[in-house]
Design a protein around this ligand. Structure first.
Ligand code: DSN
Length: 417
């Protein structure tokens, strides 16, 4: 590296990453092999199109890279190629989700114009509905939130969690789906610690006549490693980023069931040429490397340890008096109510807004993110909670004993006034 400024910044960031305890639930540390693929000459190549159908010459090797990535993605999740297709080109999670909606939902801007070139179809005047968990209950911007293009072009039918159990109420969801008749039901969240009952979600989708789309970005590595139930037996479409629990580079995959509806062809067209140009072939190679790593027994042990670590961290914090949303976790992720509506409980825990909690922890070398909790009484920029995850620290070899120490430190830091 000859650029002294960037070199210095990279070195500084490497040092920071080594020094801190990283509990950001959506981050991880990739292998040297993944970094090598990302930093390779593959970044120089334009490969618009798909294997065997490119718009530029010189793509024989890129075809092999992309096909290998597709094969590994299907194999990792046990999906036969005649039943499932995977698009490995999305640049990241948000464009992947956008591609699914672009492919499958009706667009009101296609409504008839004065020229009369489009046949009159009143249904096309209504944007399709995306039924999805609202952001403040643990959904994602690209699940139809109003500030995202997904919420501007289509209409979100929001759902939340049950106020008492703080988990999904499938009967309630079923009623909403039957009433609203969404085109797509989105499940898979960014701040839901518990197992999602995919079979029941499929029933909800069917009750509303919707396709079932699972955004498994957070849990993909746990699914791959057998530490979380697989959504594939039930889903029509599965999207995922590749850089969270799956421990690959920043990119995304769209899996789609092959059937009479030809959703696979529509989704391919929506990714390219609909929304993207040349795929990032270095990232696709990095994803392929990560997928191979995720198919190993060592990765299965890793995924199991991620969940064990999260359960230990959650249990220790709970024992020290911190209120956890839904009472605990089944995954890599924990949502802590540090504020508790300004009530400091009998164990002396509480009364710290999420923003203050995250700032104090950062000063103590523990990196988390402030996070809204369901039914939050505080504003999104200064919410009541923090979100913790164990994927990154488990990659660094941390075990249950380390989690106990981390919990003790979090407790000390948050109690200090
Ligand atoms: N930003 C990711 C997360 O932290 O959950 C979701 O895209």
């Amino acid at each position: 590296m000859k650029d002294p400024q960037i070199k210095k910044l990279i070195e500084a960031e490497k040092k920071r990453q080594k020094k801190v305890v990283n509990l950001i639930a959506s981050e991880n540390y990739v292998s040297k092999d993944v970094l090598e693929a990302l930093g390779s000459e593959l970044t120089n190549k334009y490969a618009e199109g798909y294997p065997g159908r490119r718009y530029y010459g010189g793509n024989d090797i890129m075809d092999k890279v992309e096909s290998l990535c597709q094969e590994r993605a299907l194999a990792l999740f046990g999906l036969p190629a005649h039943e499932w297709h995977v698009n490995v080109q999305p640049l990241s999670g948000s464009p992947a989700n956008m591609a699914v909606y672009t492919a499958l939902l009706s667009n009101p801007s296609k409504a008839p114009t004065d020229s009369g070139s489009t046949p009159y179809n009143p249904a096309s005047l209504q944007p399709s509905k995306i039924m999805a968990m609202s952001l403040d209950h643990g959904g994602h911007l690209t699940h139809g939130h109003k500030v995202s293009a997904t919420g501007k072009f289509w209409q979100q039918v929001p759902y939340g969690i049950d106020p008492v159990t703080e988990t999904l109420n499938y009967d309630q969801l079923r009623e909403t789906a039957m009433k609203e008749k969404p085109a797509i039901l989105v499940t898979g969240y960014t701040a839901y610690p518990r197992v999602i009952d995919w079979a029941r979600m499929k029933e909800v989708a069917e009750a509303g006549g919707a396709l079932l789309m699972v955004d498994m970005s957070h849990i993909a590595g746990l699914v791959a490693g057998g530490a979380y139930p697989s959504p594939f037996p039930y889903a029509d479409i599965v999207t995922t980023t590749t850089h969270k629990t799956l421990r690959g580079p920043r990119a995304a995959l769209i899996f789609v069931r092959r059937d009479m509806r030809e959703l696979d062809k529509k989704i391919d067209k929506a990714v390219f040429p609909g929304l993207q140009g040349g795929p990032h072939m270095n990232a696709i190679a990095g994803v392929a490397v990560a997928l191979r790593e995720a198919a190993t027994p060592a990765f299965r042990r890793y995924a199991a340890q991620v969940v064990k670590n999260a359960k230990t961290l959650a249990g220790e914090l709970r024992d020290r008096g911190w209120r956890l949303i839904s009472g605990g976790t089944d995954s890599h992720l924990i949502l802590v109510d540090t504020w508790m509506s300004d009530v400091v409980n009998e164990k002396g825990a509480g009364g710290v807004p999420g923003r203050v909690a995250s700032e104090r922890l950062e000063k103590a070398g523990i990196i988390v993110n402030k996070n809204a909790i369901p039914f939050d009484s505080r504003p999104p920029a200064d919410p009541s909670g923090i979100r913790l995850g164990t994927a990154a620290e488990t990659t660094r070899g941390k075990k249950e004993a380390d989690m106990k120490k981390i919990a003790k430190r979090i407790d000390e830091v948050l109690r200090k006034k």
